[in-house]
Design a protein around this ligand. Structure first.
Ligand code: AHG
Ligand code: MN
Ligand code: MN
Ligand code: MN
Length: 336
């Protein structure tokens, strides 16, 4: 009856994080305040993406970013709103964004203990055709945040205290880990609140889907080529995997997390370090995968063990169901 439809004990993302925080008496609510500003940014981008077509927000901004990519208007707008939200939170001291060549050092009066690395709009090549896109973020603690230095942003992914993404698709879904599992929250536009809809997400141990841009096959190395071959022509008795590739990392990873399988952006002859950026694409997604019982591998090592030297450094990445990643690890080990 009606009472079931309208639940009144809503677990909002704010309540969830406050519950988490109560487990850390030493924390003074700083993370809760930081998260509320990240959530504000996600709500703003969600609203802008939803009306992009109407508000002349599609198309190019007429600039190119440090990645050599033509920036879309929404890339620039999203970056702007996240930088402003994070600085004004008073809880950050260093920001690294895909869209800014240099790290942002927050002015002393507004400095806080966190470094946030983020991709304000991932999959932006898909904006104009309405395919799901997203925001990806990771959070590090900074030891001496009164005098922040760039090396505090170049920490291995395993040091992250939180990571997540917000996907702007048929619904606006924020997936978050603060180090004790993964939870999914869906924006209820009528309330303007993110409501817990996917508690304690665990990725299936093995999946039936592989996700890669097959257009790069000509340039793959041996182990990657062999792995994909095995997906399509498995040994006697097992059935081929399905290929699903959206070309938006947030959408491809979200499907992998919920349905299982493997997402790969391998190195190739043209891009020996692959395409995806370590700090704000590889690390947050690898953090979430491990927290959900999966794993993430670079072709050489556990992705979260990587120590980045530069803020826009790239790495090959193989992430998803535990057993599926084990298979590609075995192929690289055999070649090593
Ligand atoms: P971004 O839009 O933030 O630059 O990221 C795009 C990335 C990622 O979303 C996706 O997995 C990958 O680019 C797709 O690359 P290809 O088109 O080379 O497959
Ligand atoms: Mn980009
Ligand atoms: Mn991206
Ligand atoms: Mn991006």
């Amino acid at each position: 009856h009606a009472a079931d439809a309208l639940r009144t004990d809503l677990m909002t993302i704010t309540r969830y994080v406050l519950n988490e925080q109560s487990k850390h008496p030493e924390s003074r609510g700083d993370f809760t305040i930081l998260l509320s500003h990240i959530v504000l940014g996600c709500k703003f981008v969600c609203s802008s993406v939803n009306k992009a077509g109407l508000a002349k927000l599609i198309g190019l901004a007429g600039e190119t970013n440090v990645q050599g990519e033509e920036q879309k208007k929404l890339d620039v707008l999203s970056n702007d709103v996240f930088v402003k939200a994070l600085v004004s939170s008073g809880r950050t001291c260093i920001l690294v964004s895909e869209e800014d060549e240099e790290a942002t050092f927050v002015e002393p009066a507004l400095r806080g203990r966190y470094c946030v690395v983020f991709d304000p709009l991932d999959g932006s090549s898909n904006i104009d055709c309405g395919v799901s896109i997203g925001t990806i973020f990771g959070v590090y603690m900074v030891k001496d945040f009164t005098e922040p230095t760039l090396d505090q942003a170049l920490q291995p992914g395993k040091n992250m205290v939180a990571a997540g993404y917000c996907m702007y698709g048929s619904s606006c879904t924020l997936v978050l880990s603060t180090g004790s599992g993964v939870n999914g929250f869906t924006l209820d536009p009528s309330l303007g609140e993110f409501i817990l809809t996917h508690p304690d997400i665990k990725i299936p141990k093995k999946g039936k889907i592989y996700s890669v841009n097959e257009g790069n096959a000509k340039n793959w190395d041996g182990p990657t080529a062999k792995y994909v071959e095995n997906c399509k022509f498995p040994k006697e008795g097992s059935s081929p995997k399905s290929l699903r590739y959206i070309g938006s990392m947030v959408a491809d990873v979200h499907r992998t997390l919920l349905y299982g399988g493997i997402f790969l952006y391998p190195a190739d002859k043209k891009s020996p370090s692959g395409k995806l950026r370590v700090l704000y694409e590889v690390f947050p997604m690898s953090f979430l995968m491990e927290q959900a019982g999966g794993q993430a591998f670079t072709g050489k090592e556990r992705a979260l063990d990587l120590l980045p030297k530069k803020i826009h450094e790239r790495s090959p990445i193989f992430l998803g169901s535990y057993d599926d990643v084990e298979e590609i690890k075995a192929l690289y080990a055999a070649e090593a």
